[in-house]
Design a protein around this ligand. Structure first.
Ligand code: SAM
Length: 226
């Protein structure tokens, strides 16, 4: 349940996002209503089940890979100020735009990093450090698993925003799941208002330490998926 003050912060974020989106191409959803449903409410699909995914007793931390215009990162961070969020993206001008929005919102539980996941996942302060790793509209599943699983702690979860039509991607991700010691835990289906329809969160669990060779060098997870 979102209280009135949090809803107001989400609305302010949406306005600030649309101002930035008018100058930099962050999202194709350009009207307030489209952005509210298709980006903000879509990002919040995780909120109801978020607590059930944490396993750690220590400080809770969520990483969003390829955060782009800040989805699902910002809506989740606004709704859950008690959790630390990190967002990464390869494109500096997108992260700069997010830094401007962050400072206008005074959002103290968000850290933003410019970089490729294939490189950042080998940094000791980021590797296997996160309870939950999220990604929306970043890559097909096998590529996405190689980007994400190395950041997750053992027993941590990777949550991917997907359409209902992922049977092929799922079939093609079997080798990646084996190599990365991960398995599908559940598919959380939800429905958005207006014409946005039915979607799902695919939730994977990491069962063992990731071998040092993953993720492979920049570009390979996309060019030659596992
Ligand atoms: N997650 C946002 C959303 O749902 O609106 C942005 C999606 S956008 C289509 C994909 C973003 O992922 C881009 O901003 C791109 O720069 C970023 N990206 C793709 N591959 C990446 C990688 N390996 N490491 C870091 N960022 C990556």
């Amino acid at each position: 349940m979102i209280d009135a003050q949090t809803k107001e912060r989400l609305e302010t974020f949406t306005k600030l996002f649309l101002e930035e989106n008018a100058n930099i191409n962050l999202s194709a959803l350009r009207t307030y209503d489209q952005c509210w449903v298709g980006n903000v409410l879509d990002s919040l699909a995780l909120v109801d089940i978020l607590d059930s995914l944490f396993v750690m007793k220590r400080e809770r931390a969520v990483l969003d890979i390829g955060t782009g215009g800040g989805f699902p990162l910002f809506p989740l961070a606004i709704v859950r100020p008690d959790i630390q969020f990190v967002g990464i993206d390869a494109v500096r001008k997108k992260i700069d735009a997010l830094e401007r929005i962050k400072s206008k919102l005074n959002l103290t539980n968000v850290k933003l990093i410019v970089g490729r996941s294939e490189e950042l996942a080998h940094h000791p302060e980021l590797r296997e450090r996160f309870d939950i790793v999220t990604a929306r509209a970043v890559a097909p599943l096998s590529t996405l698993l190689e980007y994400s699983v190395p950041f997750a702690a053992i027993d941590g979860k990777c949550v991917f925003w997907k359409s209902m039509h992922v049977a092929d991607e799922q079939r093609e991700s079997v080798t990646a799941l084996k190599a990365l010691h991960a398995k599908l835990r559940t598919a959380h289906e939800y429905e958005l208002p207006a014409d946005f329809g039915k979607r799902q969160l695919l939730i994977y669990e990491k069962n063992a330490q990731t071998e040092e060779r993953y993720p492979r060098e920049v570009g390979l997870p996309k060019k030659k998926p596992l």
